[in-house]
Ligand binder design. Structure first.
Ligand code: BT5
Length: 248
């Protein structure tokens, strides 16, 4: 069911009390030809992370997938993930929480001085298209909002635990409006991302199928890949190749 949401962003909102996965629902809508829809749920019973990982999504969170049909190439798609991370981090910061972005798809709260963190939000971007053209893209954003952290996996935190509950309706509006602004101005994404990145300047280990990389994260490229300064020189890692990134 589509609901009125008072959004400035040009998305219609399809709301579910409970759904398997908002990303799966967005994919279904995509095959029916839909566009500019935000699928929103109070609870997901089969929430998904990257690489077939599960995502805990109990009632009280903000689980939303935005389906669009942008005129971009698949190589630009990672910028949509970064745009979503900036949008989520900015909205969480407005709620009074010191949120930072961990490349490629996490929003985290730093803990202590050694680069440690707790995860408060994550992104799952899925798309279909040809090599030169994206047909549709679904950006799934999961924000641990009005949830007790103890009901989530180890290492997770929530807006409730950090700062108290938010008005989810206003919060979703902020996320969607920020996301809309950044996806309409892709050149502004990387500079905004740099301002909020926890990862930059950190010494990190990246697990990849092709072998681990250890070095200092020094920047992201114009298409959102991470630039690592290693003992063997500079290496560039795309989000799709990154299984895990951790500070070392
Ligand atoms: C992600 O995957 O961080 C992407 C999460 C995307 C969730 C949204 S919700 C709306 C949309 N619909 C979906 O079905 N998905 C999207 P990844 O980087 O692979 O992290 C997954 C890992 O985070 C898991 O293996 C757990 O260790 C941990 N985790 C699971 N649930 C969590 C939660 N609620 N908060 C923090 N960490 C969690």
């Amino acid at each position: 069911p589509t609901v009125e949401y008072g959004l400035e962003a040009p998305f219609s909102v399809e709301y579910h009390d409970s759904v398997g996965s908002t990303n799966a629902r967005a994919r279904e809508l995509a095959t029916e030809g839909a566009a500019d829809v935000a699928v929103l749920a109070d609870e997901q019973t089969g929430g998904r992370g990257r690489l077939e990982r599960a995502w805990s999504a109990p009632s009280g969170g903000v689980w939303v997938s935005v389906l669009t049909r942008p005129e971009i190439t698949p190589a630009q798609a990672p910028l949509y993930t970064l745009a979503a991370s900036v949008a989520m981090a900015r909205a969480i910061r407005e709620a009074g929480v010191d949120a930072r972005i961990k490349w490629p798809n996490d929003v985290v709260i730093p803990v202590g001085e050694d680069g440690d963190y707790r995860k408060i939000a994550g992104i799952l971007t899925e798309m279909e298209g040809e090599t030169d053209r994206v047909e549709w893209i679904a950006v799934g954003m999961g924000i641990n909002a009005n949830i007790d952290a103890e009901s989530l996996p180890e290492g997770a935190t929530t807006i409730r635990d950090e700062a108290g509950d938010v008005d989810r309706r206003l919060f979703v509006q902020r996320v969607l409006e920020e996301f809309d602004a950044y996806r309409n101005d892709l050149e502004s994404v990387v500079p905004a991302w740099r301002d909020l990145a926890l990862t930059l300047g950190q010494r990190v280990r990246i697990d990849r199928a092709a072998g681990d990389i250890v070095g200092e994260a020094v920047d992201v490229t114009a298409s959102g890949a991470l630039v690592i300064d290693t003992d063997e020189g500079e290496q560039i890692v795309s989000a799709g190749d990154c299984e895990h990134l951790r500070p070392v």
